[in-house]
Design a protein around this ligand. Structure first.
Ligand SMILES: Nc1nc2c(ncn2[C@@H]2O[C@H](COP(=O)(O)OP(=O)(O)OP(=O)(O)O)[C@@H](O)[C@H]2O)c(=O)[nH]1
Ligand SMILES: [Mg+2]
Length: 194
């Protein structure tokens, strides 16, 4: 079985949404809770990296491990990710944004099987789109931590730039709508109408 943890990032500013999108109800379940439920189908070890764990105490997140983000000034997903990765003890981590209402359990479970077959040189396995990697719904080898720490210490904040020099394997995705993310109130409406 794949030695896997999940890190969910829930520390963004939600500036386009205008309110904390982790708490936006979609079919009466908060977005973060929906993502958590799907993550639970892949592993029991799930971390949520956020500067405000107290906001999520009333959600149903059984056995959740909160990693309180140290910086009070949100520095973006890469910095949230490194703070999570420093705590993870498994070989692989599945990184998820909290704003993915359309995640499919079967697709993720199939991906978990693929991860076991990936060549050891690859530091990550991600979906590729025409603009680059989809960094917030994919797998990273936890021993990439020193590479990530170096990149961040040099001021790097972009997943795409960080990954550029390293081999990354490609995850198959037949329905790209799985990665639809809710950034605005209009996105929420669009999702509910579909
Ligand atoms: N822990 C943590 N998560 C972050 C941080 N910045 C973004 N994220 C998360 O990364 C994911 C993708 O971020 P975006 O979709 O850009 O969300 P956002 O930054 O909250 O929203 P905008 O302010 O509208 O860009 C979401 O799950 C965010 O909660 C951060 O500084 N720390
Ligand atoms: Mg987003």
């Amino acid at each position: 079985m794949t030695d896997l943890s999940v890190i969910i990032l829930a520390g963004g500013k939600s500036s386009r949404m205008g309110e904390d999108k982790a708490l936006i109800p979609i079919q009466r379940i908060a977005l973060l809770e929906r993502v958590y439920k799907v993550a639970k189908s892949c592993t029991d070890t799930i971390y949520i990296v956020t500067p405000w764990p107290e906001r999520y105490q009333s959600l149903h997140l059984p056995e959740c491990k909160f990693i309180p983000e140290i910086s009070t000034e949100t520095q973006g997903p890469l910095v949230g990710f490194v703070q999570g990765l420093e705590k993870v003890k498994t070989e692989w981590v599945l990184l998820l944004a909290c704003d993915l209402p359309n995640l499919q359990i079967e697709v993720l479970q199939n991906w978990v099987k693929i991860v076991d077959t990936v060549e050891s040189e690859n530091i990550a396995i991600l979906v590729k789109n025409p603009k680059g990697w989809e960094p917030l719904c994919g797998f990273y080898r936890c021993n990439c931590l020193p590479l990530l720490q170096d990149f961040i210490n040099q001021g790097g904040r972009s997943f795409q730039e960080w990954l550029k020099p390293y081999p990354v394997a490609v995850l198959p995705l037949s329905s790209p709508e799985m990665l639809f993310n809710c950034n605005t109130p209009e996105d929420v409406q669009k999702f509910l109408l579909n």
